[in-house]
Design a protein around this ligand. Structure first.
Ligand SMILES: [Zn+2]
Length: 452
């Protein structure tokens, strides 16, 4: 009965030994070992075990990440009055269990990020996807390109703060994945350095939300050289193996009107603006590859002919998710139906915008199948997934009003194997941990046309 232990995410296996004990004051030892009492089945690292006994509690893991998970589980258990003795054997289903935070639409101070990283560690989430640039601002200091952040006023992350966050995350088993959007969502960069665009005209940073027509020129060597300076510094600041380069919602209109871009299409016999976009991605993916980094992109990027190592993040378009998996690109499952936590829990939430948001109660998050429809035979290519918190409609300090319950539920989805303990068990464990708030029990709205 693995679910009888109050832990979120639920532990995979618990072998009880019929006694109970009081965890208060129990001696705890921890060690890294070469082998556990079980052979991890799917992911070699991050596995751990805990021996629970009256005299002593022993945490064992194969690597520091596993030990950090063992501690997270023990920290949840030790608050209980009584615990059953026995052996916990635990490991994740997916190796990538993340949270994306948009720090552009609204800025989040370093202190908020640290609190969020603490929360992620308690839920055994291990990737912080940091959305740092977009149309409305550029938040990452690039010392060689000071105008990028100058337009954001005080609200950007200095290189020293980035190093601080990356280190803080690493000590909690979390890898930071920076996102530098290319070639769209680029108004802020173009406002700072107009030579990044096809026309070179000065523009203002947009003060509204939406999808904008600004796009980096796909044929200018000057623009490419600026972008390489950005990526070089990004690779230096973020020691993790991945750099996210966006690639979503590209409007190719500017390229149609750019003589330079049109000449490149002709001289290289590219398939129009779409082909131009493809070689643009290929160039920067190769640039990152030469620096030992793997590119991640929203699933529109991986629709193009890109290396099979590039990771696709599925948000919309299940057909593109399927195409990525068939092409052999690893997939992150961030389906908007289950993973977009800026959407409301209930239609009554004040921030509900029915024009583009879906309603996602905690129970719905818990039912996330992760695997795109029709892709069950390709499920081995799924690397994991991420919760996405876009911040057009939320300020720093309000993040918990979007994450509570849903982040816990999604952590269990990505951690647990197919036989998840079930939503009633999840609610019960949340209650035992003192986590269960009013938003957790919101029922999914009835489907349109489902009677009544
Ligand atoms: Zn151009």
């Amino acid at each position: 009965m693995p679910h009888s232990l109050p832990a979120i995410p639920a532990v995979r296996t618990f072998l009880p030994s019929h006694n109970t004990f009081s965890p208060q004051g129990t001696r705890v030892t921890e060690s890294l070992v070469g082998a556990l009492s079980f052979v991890p089945r799917f992911v070699a690292s991050e596995a751990y075990e805990i021996e629970l006994d009256a005299g002593e509690v022993v945490l064992r893991a194969l690597d520091p990440a596993g030990l950090s998970h063992a501690k997270a589980t023990w920290n949840q258990l030790k608050g209980q009055k009584h615990l059953p003795s026995g052996l916990i054997q635990d490991e994740p289903r997916f190796e990538w269990r993340g949270l994306m935070l948009d720090c552009v639409r609204h800025f989040f101070p370093v202190a908020n990020l640290k609190t969020l990283l603490d929360r992620m560690a308690t839920l055994k989430l291990n990737r912080f996807h940091w959305h740092l640039v977009d149309d409305q601002a550029w938040r990452l200091e690039i010392p060689a390109l000071p105008r990028l952040t100058a337009l954001s006023g005080e609200e950007f992350y200095s290189t020293a703060e980035v190093v601080e966050i990356v280190g803080y995350a690493a000590s909690r088993g979390i890898v930071v994945v920076p996102e530098i959007e290319l070639p769209g969502h680029s108004s802020a960069a173009i406002a700072a350095y107009p030579e990044l665009s096809c026309t070179g005209e000065s523009i203002e940073i947009p003060r509204t939300w939406g999808i904008f027509e600004q796009v980096y020129c796909a044929s200018s060597e000057k623009a490419a050289s600026i972008l390489e300076t950005v990526l070089e510094e990004t690779c230096r600041l973020f020691p993790g193996p991945w750099v996210h380069i966006g690639g979503d919602e590209v409007i190719r209109k500017a390229w149609q009107a750019c003589p330079r871009c049109q000449e490149k299409i002709r001289s290289e016999s590219l398939a129009g603006e779409r082909g131009l976009e493809e070689v643009f991605f290929q160039r920067f993916i190769a640039y990152l590859g030469a620096r030992g980094k793997t590119a991640v992109g929203w699933n529109e990027m991986v629709e193009h002919n890109v290396p099979h190592s590039a990771v696709a993040q599925w948000w919309l378009h299940p057909d593109l998710a399927k195409k990525s998996l068939e092409a052999g690109n690893p997939l992150l499952s961030s389906n908007t139906e289950y993973c977009y936590f800026d959407y409301p829990y209930t239609p009554e939430n004040s921030w509900y915008d029915e024009k583009y948001m879906k309603v996602i109660p905690v129970s719905k998050v818990y039912e996330n199948p992760v695997v795109p429809p029709g892709c069950e035979h390709l499920a081995g290519g799924i690397l994991g997934g991420e919760a996405c918190l876009w911040t057009e409609h939320l300020k720093a300090g309000q993040e918990n009003t979007r994450l509570d319950g849903r982040l816990e539920a999604l952590a269990e989805v990505y951690w647990s194997f197919d036989a998840r303990p079930g939503f009633p068990s999840f609610l019960n464990r949340a209650r035992l941990l003192g986590l269960n708030g009013p938003s957790w029990q919101v029922q999914p709205p009835s489907q349109p046309g489902a009677g009544g």
